[in-house]
Design a protein around this ligand. Sequence first.
Ligand SMILES: [Zn+2]
Length: 283
Amino acid sequence: MRIFDPHIHMTSRTTDDYEAMYAAGVRAIVEPAFWLGQPRTDAASFIDYFDSLIGWERYRASQFGIAHNCTIALNPKEANDSRCRPILEHIPRYLSKTGVVAVGEIGYDSMTADETAVFETQLEMAAERGLPALVHTPHRDKLGGTLASIEVVKRVGIDPGLVLLDHLNEVTIEPARDSGCWMGFSIYPDTKMDEDRMVALMQRYGLERMIVNSAADWGRSDPLKTAKTAEAMLAASLTEDDVDQVLWRNPVEFYGQSGQLQLLTAEQESAFAGNTIHRGEKR
Ligand SMILES: [Zn+2]
């Protein structure tokens, strides 16, 4: 089983997590740019963070046999902070880099006017470049935030096939599906969505444009939720090919639209598999 986790914040995770993910079949990930858990006080703070996503974290993942990609954006929460907004001028130079596969996470947090403006500006950056966009739907008023996000997608005029609406649930899946956007689901221990509810959604709505992630970060979360969803799919009589579609081919197709997605070559994979004892020792 090969697994692609299309939304995981590895900066906040340990090497034990990388080892467990590799053992569970994870071979590629996307790490979306987001906030720090506490407010940044200067736009320059983003530059070091973005550089670490395309540099250090990619190298760290490679030590564990996992191809690391990322998305770059000013996140919705910090879109409200005037100290952070100057980073918007620097984002374009990151968007043509190898391994930068989308503009994201963008979207709504508290649904303010500043969030709308920053969301539109960054969605336009994606549209101009033909790049995918990763849209975070808010935790509070999820339905209202999802509908408002779909309105922004229409207003900007970006191809909905380039947009992934993430953190969906039973209430927001239908408007997301009808919009033509891709549908992302974050499988969490306590909140958002669990494996069995996810399988029920697949059985009801099919597998097309469906994407599953762990969204693991520094909160209570589980970087193996993608593999656990695969197990729940097989237990519910979905096939190995269904698992491969949702947990590999769909995210590869979506993020592959960037032309900048990096996966390990067969030679790299087998070289790594034969060399696991030395994992993490080399620099
Ligand atoms: Zn996230």
